[in-house]
Design a binder for this molecule. Structure first.
Ligand code: HEM
Length: 430
Protein backbone atom coordinates (compact mmCIF):
# COMPACT_ATOMS: atom_id res chain seq x y z
CA UNK A 1 0.00 0.00 0.00
CA UNK A 2 1.30 3.48 -0.86
CA UNK A 3 1.86 4.97 2.57
CA UNK A 4 2.29 8.51 1.21
CA UNK A 5 -0.94 8.57 -0.84
CA UNK A 6 -3.16 11.61 -0.45
CA UNK A 7 -6.40 10.89 1.42
CA UNK A 8 -9.20 9.52 -0.74
CA UNK A 9 -12.74 8.36 -0.03
CA UNK A 10 -11.19 5.04 0.99
CA UNK A 11 -9.56 6.62 4.04
CA UNK A 12 -11.45 6.41 7.28
CA UNK A 13 -11.55 9.45 9.59
CA UNK A 14 -8.48 9.86 11.79
CA UNK A 15 -10.47 9.74 15.05
CA UNK A 16 -12.00 6.38 14.09
CA UNK A 17 -8.61 5.04 13.01
CA UNK A 18 -7.26 6.13 16.40
CA UNK A 19 -9.96 4.14 18.26
CA UNK A 20 -8.98 0.96 16.44
CA UNK A 21 -5.45 1.13 17.87
CA UNK A 22 -6.42 2.40 21.31
CA UNK A 23 -6.61 -0.52 23.81
CA UNK A 24 -8.74 1.60 26.16
CA UNK A 25 -11.43 2.05 23.47
CA UNK A 26 -12.07 -1.71 23.68
CA UNK A 27 -13.23 -1.40 27.29
CA UNK A 28 -16.45 0.48 26.51
CA UNK A 29 -18.88 1.53 23.75
CA UNK A 30 -16.27 3.47 21.73
CA UNK A 31 -15.05 0.57 19.64
CA UNK A 32 -18.60 -0.51 18.78
CA UNK A 33 -19.53 3.08 17.87
CA UNK A 34 -16.59 3.12 15.46
CA UNK A 35 -17.48 -0.25 13.95
CA UNK A 36 -21.09 0.84 13.49
CA UNK A 37 -20.00 4.02 11.70
CA UNK A 38 -17.64 2.07 9.48
CA UNK A 39 -20.22 -0.56 8.51
CA UNK A 40 -22.64 2.19 7.51
CA UNK A 41 -20.22 4.61 5.85
CA UNK A 42 -17.00 2.92 4.84
CA UNK A 43 -17.16 -0.85 5.35
CA UNK A 44 -13.85 -1.48 3.61
CA UNK A 45 -11.73 1.58 4.26
CA UNK A 46 -8.11 2.33 5.02
CA UNK A 47 -6.89 3.34 8.48
CA UNK A 48 -3.68 5.34 8.77
CA UNK A 49 -3.17 5.65 12.53
CA UNK A 50 0.05 7.24 13.68
CA UNK A 51 2.91 4.83 14.15
CA UNK A 52 1.27 1.98 12.23
CA UNK A 53 1.49 0.91 8.61
CA UNK A 54 -1.83 1.64 6.91
CA UNK A 55 -4.32 -1.22 6.87
CA UNK A 56 -7.74 -2.01 5.45
CA UNK A 57 -10.44 -2.21 8.08
CA UNK A 58 -12.86 -5.03 7.25
CA UNK A 59 -16.07 -4.54 9.21
CA UNK A 60 -18.75 -6.44 7.24
CA UNK A 61 -19.50 -10.09 8.00
CA UNK A 62 -19.55 -11.03 4.29
CA UNK A 63 -16.12 -9.47 3.63
CA UNK A 64 -14.58 -11.14 6.70
CA UNK A 65 -15.81 -14.49 5.42
CA UNK A 66 -14.73 -13.80 1.83
CA UNK A 67 -11.17 -12.93 2.90
CA UNK A 68 -10.86 -15.80 5.40
CA UNK A 69 -12.14 -18.28 2.82
CA UNK A 70 -9.45 -17.34 0.25
CA UNK A 71 -6.44 -18.29 2.30
CA UNK A 72 -4.10 -18.46 -0.71
CA UNK A 73 -4.95 -14.91 -1.73
CA UNK A 74 -4.89 -13.59 1.84
CA UNK A 75 -2.00 -14.89 3.91
CA UNK A 76 -1.56 -14.98 7.67
CA UNK A 77 2.22 -15.11 7.95
CA UNK A 78 3.66 -12.56 5.51
CA UNK A 79 3.02 -9.62 7.83
CA UNK A 80 2.23 -9.44 11.57
CA UNK A 81 -0.77 -11.69 12.27
CA UNK A 82 -2.07 -9.31 14.93
CA UNK A 83 -2.00 -5.53 14.88
CA UNK A 84 1.56 -4.36 15.56
CA UNK A 85 3.02 -0.89 15.29
CA UNK A 86 5.80 -0.16 12.84
CA UNK A 87 8.57 0.19 15.42
CA UNK A 88 7.72 -3.09 17.15
CA UNK A 89 7.43 -4.90 13.81
CA UNK A 90 10.89 -3.67 12.80
CA UNK A 91 12.29 -4.89 16.10
CA UNK A 92 10.60 -8.28 15.79
CA UNK A 93 11.99 -8.68 12.26
CA UNK A 94 15.48 -8.03 13.61
CA UNK A 95 15.00 -10.66 16.33
CA UNK A 96 13.31 -13.44 14.33
CA UNK A 97 13.92 -12.54 10.68
CA UNK A 98 10.12 -12.54 10.20
CA UNK A 99 7.12 -10.43 11.20
CA UNK A 100 6.01 -12.55 14.20
CA UNK A 101 7.66 -13.66 17.43
CA UNK A 102 6.05 -17.10 17.33
CA UNK A 103 5.15 -19.57 14.57
CA UNK A 104 1.96 -21.27 15.67
CA UNK A 105 -0.93 -22.35 13.44
CA UNK A 106 -2.26 -18.80 13.09
CA UNK A 107 1.15 -17.58 11.91
CA UNK A 108 1.38 -20.22 9.17
CA UNK A 109 0.12 -20.62 5.63
CA UNK A 110 -0.03 -23.60 3.28
CA UNK A 111 1.83 -25.87 2.79
CA UNK A 112 2.94 -25.91 6.46
CA UNK A 113 -0.39 -24.90 7.99
CA UNK A 114 -2.49 -27.94 6.96
CA UNK A 115 0.33 -30.33 7.96
CA UNK A 116 0.72 -28.80 11.41
CA UNK A 117 -3.02 -28.48 11.94
CA UNK A 118 -3.57 -32.13 11.05
CA UNK A 119 -1.31 -33.17 13.96
CA UNK A 120 -3.93 -32.29 16.58
CA UNK A 121 -7.15 -31.76 14.62
CA UNK A 122 -8.55 -35.16 15.60
CA UNK A 123 -8.02 -34.35 19.26
CA UNK A 124 -10.26 -31.32 19.06
CA UNK A 125 -13.14 -33.03 17.22
CA UNK A 126 -16.36 -33.79 19.14
CA UNK A 127 -15.85 -37.55 18.80
CA UNK A 128 -12.62 -37.38 20.81
CA UNK A 129 -13.75 -34.64 23.21
CA UNK A 130 -16.65 -36.82 24.34
CA UNK A 131 -14.06 -38.80 26.35
CA UNK A 132 -13.41 -35.76 28.54
CA UNK A 133 -17.01 -34.76 29.17
CA UNK A 134 -17.24 -36.58 32.53
CA UNK A 135 -14.02 -35.01 33.82
CA UNK A 136 -14.99 -31.54 32.53
CA UNK A 137 -18.27 -31.89 34.44
CA UNK A 138 -16.40 -32.74 37.65
CA UNK A 139 -14.22 -29.63 37.22
CA UNK A 140 -17.32 -27.52 36.48
CA UNK A 141 -19.11 -28.83 39.61
CA UNK A 142 -16.10 -28.02 41.80
CA UNK A 143 -16.01 -24.46 40.41
CA UNK A 144 -19.75 -23.99 40.89
CA UNK A 145 -19.49 -25.24 44.47
CA UNK A 146 -16.62 -22.87 45.19
CA UNK A 147 -18.70 -19.99 43.87
CA UNK A 148 -21.76 -20.95 45.92
CA UNK A 149 -19.58 -21.27 49.02
CA UNK A 150 -18.76 -17.58 48.64
CA UNK A 151 -22.19 -16.99 50.18
CA UNK A 152 -24.14 -14.77 47.81
CA UNK A 153 -21.53 -12.53 46.20
CA UNK A 154 -18.36 -13.02 44.17
CA UNK A 155 -16.24 -11.70 41.38
CA UNK A 156 -17.32 -14.15 38.70
CA UNK A 157 -14.14 -13.60 36.66
CA UNK A 158 -11.75 -14.13 39.54
CA UNK A 159 -13.71 -16.94 41.21
CA UNK A 160 -14.97 -18.99 38.23
CA UNK A 161 -14.37 -17.74 34.71
CA UNK A 162 -10.58 -17.53 34.87
CA UNK A 163 -9.80 -20.76 36.66
CA UNK A 164 -12.29 -23.15 35.07
CA UNK A 165 -11.21 -23.17 31.39
CA UNK A 166 -7.59 -22.84 32.50
CA UNK A 167 -7.86 -26.02 34.54
CA UNK A 168 -9.63 -27.91 31.73
CA UNK A 169 -7.09 -27.04 29.02
CA UNK A 170 -4.11 -27.63 31.32
CA UNK A 171 -5.41 -31.07 32.23
CA UNK A 172 -5.98 -31.92 28.58
CA UNK A 173 -2.55 -30.59 27.67
CA UNK A 174 -0.90 -32.33 30.62
CA UNK A 175 0.38 -29.33 32.62
CA UNK A 176 0.37 -30.11 36.37
CA UNK A 177 -2.04 -28.07 38.52
CA UNK A 178 0.78 -26.43 40.48
CA UNK A 179 1.96 -24.73 37.25
CA UNK A 180 -1.45 -23.26 36.34
CA UNK A 181 -0.85 -19.86 37.99
CA UNK A 182 2.35 -19.53 35.95
CA UNK A 183 0.47 -20.36 32.71
CA UNK A 184 -2.27 -17.87 33.59
CA UNK A 185 0.25 -15.12 34.26
CA UNK A 186 2.15 -15.81 31.02
CA UNK A 187 -1.09 -15.83 29.01
CA UNK A 188 -2.20 -12.53 30.51
CA UNK A 189 1.22 -11.04 29.79
CA UNK A 190 0.98 -12.26 26.20
CA UNK A 191 -2.59 -11.10 25.50
CA UNK A 192 -2.78 -8.06 27.78
CA UNK A 193 0.56 -6.27 27.32
CA UNK A 194 -1.25 -2.92 27.12
CA UNK A 195 -3.34 -3.38 30.26
CA UNK A 196 -1.67 -2.04 33.41
CA UNK A 197 -3.17 -4.90 35.46
CA UNK A 198 -1.76 -7.69 33.30
CA UNK A 199 1.35 -6.32 31.52
CA UNK A 200 4.69 -7.69 32.66
CA UNK A 201 6.19 -4.18 32.67
CA UNK A 202 3.82 -1.41 33.71
CA UNK A 203 5.74 1.68 32.60
CA UNK A 204 5.55 3.26 29.12
CA UNK A 205 7.88 1.25 26.90
CA UNK A 206 9.94 1.94 23.81
CA UNK A 207 9.49 -0.44 20.86
CA UNK A 208 12.72 -2.12 21.84
CA UNK A 209 11.61 -2.60 25.44
CA UNK A 210 8.15 -3.76 24.34
CA UNK A 211 9.45 -6.39 21.91
CA UNK A 212 12.09 -7.40 24.47
CA UNK A 213 9.32 -7.89 27.03
CA UNK A 214 7.25 -10.00 24.63
CA UNK A 215 10.32 -12.00 23.64
CA UNK A 216 10.97 -12.72 27.32
CA UNK A 217 7.37 -13.96 27.73
CA UNK A 218 7.83 -16.30 24.74
CA UNK A 219 11.20 -17.46 26.11
CA UNK A 220 9.54 -18.32 29.45
CA UNK A 221 6.93 -20.41 27.66
CA UNK A 222 9.74 -22.06 25.67
CA UNK A 223 11.80 -22.90 28.75
CA UNK A 224 8.77 -24.39 30.47
CA UNK A 225 7.58 -26.51 27.55
CA UNK A 226 11.06 -27.73 26.63
CA UNK A 227 11.00 -29.68 29.89
CA UNK A 228 7.56 -31.09 29.02
CA UNK A 229 8.80 -32.17 25.55
CA UNK A 230 11.77 -34.03 26.98
CA UNK A 231 9.57 -35.73 29.53
CA UNK A 232 6.87 -36.83 27.05
CA UNK A 233 9.38 -38.23 24.58
CA UNK A 234 10.70 -40.59 27.23
CA UNK A 235 7.45 -41.05 29.21
CA UNK A 236 4.54 -40.78 26.77
CA UNK A 237 1.11 -40.27 28.39
CA UNK A 238 -2.48 -39.90 27.26
CA UNK A 239 -2.25 -36.11 27.01
CA UNK A 240 -2.02 -33.56 24.22
CA UNK A 241 1.56 -32.62 25.17
CA UNK A 242 2.56 -36.18 24.25
CA UNK A 243 1.00 -35.69 20.79
CA UNK A 244 2.83 -32.38 20.25
CA UNK A 245 6.16 -33.60 21.65
CA UNK A 246 6.18 -36.72 19.48
CA UNK A 247 4.62 -35.26 16.31
CA UNK A 248 6.71 -35.59 13.19
CA UNK A 249 6.75 -33.32 10.15
CA UNK A 250 8.41 -34.98 7.14
CA UNK A 251 9.87 -37.70 9.37
CA UNK A 252 11.44 -35.37 11.97
CA UNK A 253 10.30 -33.88 15.25
CA UNK A 254 9.04 -30.31 14.92
CA UNK A 255 11.76 -27.68 15.30
CA UNK A 256 11.96 -26.44 18.88
CA UNK A 257 10.50 -23.00 18.13
CA UNK A 258 7.52 -24.50 16.28
CA UNK A 259 6.84 -26.89 19.16
CA UNK A 260 6.96 -24.04 21.71
CA UNK A 261 4.59 -22.05 19.49
CA UNK A 262 2.24 -25.03 19.24
CA UNK A 263 2.08 -25.52 23.01
CA UNK A 264 1.67 -21.78 23.42
CA UNK A 265 -1.35 -21.45 21.18
CA UNK A 266 -3.08 -24.38 22.85
CA UNK A 267 -2.14 -23.19 26.35
CA UNK A 268 -3.15 -19.56 25.75
CA UNK A 269 -5.94 -19.55 23.14
CA UNK A 270 -7.48 -22.39 25.07
CA UNK A 271 -8.61 -20.45 28.14
CA UNK A 272 -8.59 -16.64 28.03
CA UNK A 273 -11.11 -16.60 25.19
CA UNK A 274 -13.38 -19.15 26.87
CA UNK A 275 -13.13 -17.27 30.18
CA UNK A 276 -14.23 -14.04 28.51
CA UNK A 277 -17.17 -15.70 26.77
CA UNK A 278 -18.28 -17.47 29.96
CA UNK A 279 -18.13 -14.21 31.90
CA UNK A 280 -20.00 -12.50 29.03
CA UNK A 281 -22.92 -14.91 29.42
CA UNK A 282 -23.19 -14.29 33.17
CA UNK A 283 -22.91 -10.54 32.65
CA UNK A 284 -25.77 -10.61 30.13
CA UNK A 285 -27.98 -12.80 32.35
CA UNK A 286 -27.26 -10.64 35.39
CA UNK A 287 -28.48 -7.62 33.43
CA UNK A 288 -31.57 -9.34 32.05
CA UNK A 289 -33.54 -11.37 34.63
CA UNK A 290 -36.13 -12.36 31.98
CA UNK A 291 -33.52 -14.21 29.93
CA UNK A 292 -32.09 -15.72 33.09
CA UNK A 293 -35.53 -17.11 34.00
CA UNK A 294 -36.09 -18.37 30.45
CA UNK A 295 -32.82 -20.32 30.22
CA UNK A 296 -33.31 -21.70 33.70
CA UNK A 297 -36.79 -22.93 32.79
CA UNK A 298 -35.67 -24.21 29.36
CA UNK A 299 -32.23 -25.85 29.61
CA UNK A 300 -32.47 -26.71 25.92
CA UNK A 301 -31.66 -23.01 25.37
CA UNK A 302 -28.20 -23.47 26.93
CA UNK A 303 -26.39 -24.18 23.62
CA UNK A 304 -28.01 -21.00 22.26
CA UNK A 305 -26.85 -19.09 25.34
CA UNK A 306 -23.31 -20.34 24.72
CA UNK A 307 -23.23 -19.27 21.07
CA UNK A 308 -24.83 -15.93 21.83
CA UNK A 309 -22.30 -15.22 24.60
CA UNK A 310 -19.45 -15.98 22.20
CA UNK A 311 -21.00 -13.67 19.56
CA UNK A 312 -21.80 -11.00 22.12
CA UNK A 313 -18.33 -10.91 23.67
CA UNK A 314 -16.26 -11.82 20.59
CA UNK A 315 -13.10 -12.05 22.72
CA UNK A 316 -10.76 -12.22 19.71
CA UNK A 317 -11.28 -8.75 18.29
CA UNK A 318 -9.25 -9.19 15.15
CA UNK A 319 -6.69 -11.12 13.16
CA UNK A 320 -4.70 -9.59 10.31
CA UNK A 321 -4.21 -10.91 6.78
CA UNK A 322 -2.15 -9.65 3.85
CA UNK A 323 -2.89 -9.86 0.13
CA UNK A 324 -0.63 -12.09 -1.96
CA UNK A 325 -1.82 -10.54 -5.27
CA UNK A 326 -3.79 -7.55 -6.55
CA UNK A 327 -7.50 -8.18 -6.17
CA UNK A 328 -10.89 -6.53 -5.78
CA UNK A 329 -13.42 -6.75 -2.98
CA UNK A 330 -16.52 -4.70 -2.20
CA UNK A 331 -15.65 -2.30 -5.04
CA UNK A 332 -12.18 -1.62 -3.60
CA UNK A 333 -8.89 -2.38 -5.31
CA UNK A 334 -6.64 -4.19 -2.87
CA UNK A 335 -2.97 -4.35 -3.86
CA UNK A 336 -0.49 -7.17 -3.35
CA UNK A 337 1.12 -6.77 0.09
CA UNK A 338 -1.78 -4.76 1.60
CA UNK A 339 -2.51 -5.49 5.24
CA UNK A 340 -6.10 -6.12 6.38
CA UNK A 341 -7.72 -6.16 9.81
CA UNK A 342 -10.61 -8.63 10.11
CA UNK A 343 -12.86 -7.03 12.75
CA UNK A 344 -14.75 -10.07 14.04
CA UNK A 345 -16.54 -8.05 16.73
CA UNK A 346 -17.94 -5.81 14.00
CA UNK A 347 -18.97 -8.72 11.77
CA UNK A 348 -20.84 -10.07 14.77
CA UNK A 349 -22.94 -6.89 15.05
CA UNK A 350 -23.57 -6.65 11.30
CA UNK A 351 -27.17 -5.46 10.78
CA UNK A 352 -27.34 -7.36 7.44
CA UNK A 353 -26.81 -10.69 9.19
CA UNK A 354 -28.15 -10.37 12.74
CA UNK A 355 -31.59 -9.18 13.75
CA UNK A 356 -31.31 -6.75 16.67
CA UNK A 357 -27.52 -7.21 16.71
CA UNK A 358 -27.08 -5.12 19.86
CA UNK A 359 -29.43 -7.31 21.90
CA UNK A 360 -28.29 -10.40 23.75
CA UNK A 361 -30.76 -13.13 22.78
CA UNK A 362 -30.15 -16.69 23.80
CA UNK A 363 -32.99 -17.83 21.52
CA UNK A 364 -31.26 -16.42 18.44
CA UNK A 365 -31.82 -18.73 15.49
CA UNK A 366 -28.97 -19.50 13.09
CA UNK A 367 -26.26 -17.68 15.00
CA UNK A 368 -23.74 -17.44 12.14
CA UNK A 369 -21.18 -15.46 14.13
CA UNK A 370 -17.53 -15.21 13.10
CA UNK A 371 -16.10 -15.13 16.64
CA UNK A 372 -14.18 -18.33 15.82
CA UNK A 373 -12.99 -16.90 12.51
CA UNK A 374 -13.76 -18.70 9.27
CA UNK A 375 -12.06 -20.86 6.62
CA UNK A 376 -8.81 -22.81 6.94
CA UNK A 377 -7.86 -21.21 10.28
CA UNK A 378 -11.30 -21.63 11.88
CA UNK A 379 -10.72 -22.04 15.61
CA UNK A 380 -9.46 -25.51 16.36
CA UNK A 381 -10.81 -25.34 19.91
CA UNK A 382 -14.36 -24.26 19.12
CA UNK A 383 -16.00 -27.55 20.14
CA UNK A 384 -13.99 -27.68 23.36
CA UNK A 385 -14.90 -24.07 24.23
CA UNK A 386 -18.60 -24.75 23.62
CA UNK A 387 -18.52 -28.03 25.54
CA UNK A 388 -16.92 -26.36 28.58
CA UNK A 389 -19.39 -23.49 28.58
CA UNK A 390 -22.44 -25.73 28.10
CA UNK A 391 -21.41 -28.00 30.95
CA UNK A 392 -20.70 -25.11 33.30
CA UNK A 393 -24.13 -23.56 32.68
CA UNK A 394 -25.85 -26.96 32.99
CA UNK A 395 -24.29 -27.25 36.43
CA UNK A 396 -24.61 -23.63 37.55
CA UNK A 397 -28.03 -22.40 36.40
CA UNK A 398 -30.17 -24.98 38.25
CA UNK A 399 -28.38 -24.01 41.48
CA UNK A 400 -29.16 -20.28 41.20
CA UNK A 401 -32.42 -18.54 42.08
CA UNK A 402 -31.33 -15.07 40.99
CA UNK A 403 -28.31 -13.20 39.81
CA UNK A 404 -27.53 -9.47 39.55
CA UNK A 405 -24.60 -7.14 39.01
CA UNK A 406 -23.00 -5.94 42.21
CA UNK A 407 -20.63 -3.21 41.07
CA UNK A 408 -18.82 -1.99 37.99
CA UNK A 409 -17.76 -4.46 35.29
CA UNK A 410 -14.21 -3.82 34.09
CA UNK A 411 -12.86 -4.92 30.72
CA UNK A 412 -9.24 -5.66 29.81
CA UNK A 413 -7.54 -2.93 27.80
CA UNK A 414 -6.46 -4.81 24.69
CA UNK A 415 -7.17 -4.61 20.99
CA UNK A 416 -6.40 -8.28 20.29
CA UNK A 417 -8.07 -10.50 22.93
CA UNK A 418 -10.23 -8.95 25.61
CA UNK A 419 -13.19 -9.48 27.89
CA UNK A 420 -14.27 -8.75 31.46
CA UNK A 421 -11.49 -8.69 34.03
CA UNK A 422 -13.86 -7.88 36.92
CA UNK A 423 -17.49 -8.99 37.13
CA UNK A 424 -18.91 -8.48 40.63
CA UNK A 425 -22.23 -10.29 41.07
CA UNK A 426 -24.76 -11.03 43.79
CA UNK A 427 -26.69 -14.28 43.65
CA UNK A 428 -29.31 -16.27 45.53
CA UNK A 429 -29.09 -20.03 45.71
CA UNK A 430 -32.08 -22.33 45.13
C1 HEM B 1 -7.88 -19.96 16.17
C2 HEM B 1 -11.37 -17.66 18.62
C3 HEM B 1 -11.24 -21.09 22.07
C4 HEM B 1 -7.38 -23.00 19.93
C5 HEM B 1 -8.84 -19.06 16.53
C6 HEM B 1 -9.24 -17.91 15.74
C7 HEM B 1 -10.21 -17.27 16.43
C8 HEM B 1 -10.44 -18.00 17.66
C9 HEM B 1 -10.94 -15.99 16.01
C10 HEM B 1 -8.66 -17.51 14.38
C11 HEM B 1 -9.53 -18.03 13.27
C12 HEM B 1 -9.21 -17.50 11.91
O1 HEM B 1 -8.16 -16.88 11.68
O2 HEM B 1 -10.03 -17.75 11.00
C13 HEM B 1 -11.64 -18.40 19.76
C14 HEM B 1 -12.71 -18.11 20.70
C15 HEM B 1 -12.67 -19.09 21.66
C16 HEM B 1 -11.58 -19.98 21.34
C17 HEM B 1 -13.67 -16.94 20.59
C18 HEM B 1 -13.55 -19.29 22.87
C19 HEM B 1 -14.77 -18.87 22.99
C20 HEM B 1 -10.20 -21.92 21.78
C21 HEM B 1 -9.85 -23.08 22.56
C22 HEM B 1 -8.75 -23.60 21.98
C23 HEM B 1 -8.42 -22.78 20.81
C24 HEM B 1 -10.60 -23.62 23.78
C25 HEM B 1 -8.09 -24.84 22.47
C26 HEM B 1 -6.90 -25.12 22.42
C27 HEM B 1 -7.21 -22.34 18.73
C28 HEM B 1 -6.18 -22.68 17.77
C29 HEM B 1 -6.33 -21.81 16.68
C30 HEM B 1 -7.44 -20.94 17.00
C31 HEM B 1 -5.15 -23.79 17.92
C32 HEM B 1 -5.49 -21.73 15.41
C33 HEM B 1 -6.16 -22.46 14.29
C34 HEM B 1 -5.45 -22.32 12.97
O3 HEM B 1 -4.83 -21.29 12.71
O4 HEM B 1 -5.53 -23.29 12.18
N1 HEM B 1 -9.60 -19.09 17.69
N2 HEM B 1 -10.97 -19.53 20.19
N3 HEM B 1 -9.33 -21.77 20.73
N4 HEM B 1 -7.95 -21.30 18.23
FE1 HEM B 1 -9.52 -20.49 19.16
Amino acid sequence: MDTTATPTDRDIPADIAATLVDPAAYTDHRIHDSYRWLRANNPLGIARPEGFDPFWVVTKHAHIQAISRQNELFHNADRPTTLTNRAVEERVRKITGGPNLVRSLVQMDAPDHPKYRALTQGWFMPANLGKFEGRVREIARANVQRMLDKGGACDFVEDVALGYPLHVIMEILGVPEKDEPRMLRLTQELFGPQDPDTARMKEKLTAEQFSGMMQAVVADFGAYFRGITEDRRSNPREDLATVIANAKIGGDYMPDHDATSYYMIVATAGHDTTSSSTAGAIWALAEDPTQFERVKANPELIPGLVDEAIRWMTPVKHFMRSATADTELGGRKIAKGDWLMLCYASGNRDEDVFEEPYRFRCDRKLNRHVAFGYGAHLCLGQYLAKLEMRILFEELLPRLKSIALDGEVKMTQAYFVNGPKKLPIRFEVN
